[in-house]
Design a protein around this ligand. Sequence first.
Ligand SMILES: [Zn+2]
Length: 432
Amino acid sequence: MFKYILFIILFAFIKLFADNNFYTISICSDEKYESSLYCKDNIIKETELDIIITKSKDTLYRTNYGKFGTKKEAYLQMKKLSRSTKQFGVFVVNIDKNNTEFELFEVHKKSNNLNKISSYNDNSIIDLNLIKKNMENSEKSDKSEFYKEKVIKKLEKEDITENDKVDFETEFKKIVEFENVVKKVLLEHPAKDVKSENSESKRDLGVETKKIAYLTFDDGPIGATKNILNVFEEENIPATLFFIGYQIKNNPIIYEDALNSKNITVANHTYSHASGGYQRFYSNSDGVLADIDKNQRLLDKYIDNSLKPLRFAGRNVFRLKDIKTNDVALSKEHTQNELLSYDKVHNSGYSIYGWDVEWEFDENGKPVQSPEQVLQYMETSYKNSKTKKMNKVILLTHDIMFSNHYNGKANLKKLIKLLKENNWSFESINHY
Ligand SMILES: [Zn+2]
């Protein structure tokens, strides 16, 4: 049985790698293999095309939809995706066997009865246990060698081409890599427990164990910032304040208070906040970088933060090692005009964070939603995996909402109380 599984994997790989270069639509990414399966089963609503899991060199598993010969085809398909899938910030990636940071990991065919690797994966937990058993039963000290021998023997009997043989070493490495993941999964989820569980729930895989809130505050420092600092001092939980350079100049004492608050991470929110208007600002990439660098120099005087966390003014954009999304509120053409700015800033070493949920305010700075409603939004986003990272919700608020005028301190404390009661934990953006 074990051999059978291994050969299925092997031949599926050989078949797969016959296509050296193609495009696919990236939907989700995560460090955990289980999360990529979760994405396949629960997030990708489309069923027309194959689902391809890739693995990047920095060990991120990426769940992708479809396989396309040209970039254009991929973009056309991307347009057709359901809204619920699109909101994950989908983008097209090029998979090039010879020159790429991605490696193919496994393919889930749209039609189950056709493809054995698919049925293997559909029952992956049970089959993984079989593999584990085989590993344990093997008396060879070097188990990789043991598998290799078996596979080679089998290959010699099969009618395969020379090219396939040349590829063998590479494929074998991938099998070993896959097995290492299997081992890791089994270590975390012992065989007998997993077997008896229903595979439909991500809770079973230990993925949904934590709800993490990243509370972020934009556009300070201003007078109301003092309330925020007090609350986080009293609650003793972390928060991130994205400060504007000119406000730091206007309110140096509050800025200093923020720096001295142990729970507060101070981060960059540009120097000027795009005073000439967002469109004009972002169409000049050199100007954007200069403005952000200016604020960073101000922050660097006091803070040592090699991540250089940044939030753009007026743009919900992510540029991180594993997440690259643009602001869905902007048209495609509009986004196109600004891409250079986003990427230039990211390439200069900034980690750029948007948000998942916003606690809004009206033209006077008054909060629109109640703390109860904000909690509800956060819970819903979390449950439906409508966030950029699973189990993590970045909440955007603005300092102005927490002025005494609107009972800011009590309002903020109320939200934190509700989150604590509902088992949320808190992190600064540095730990996102
Ligand atoms: Zn802002």
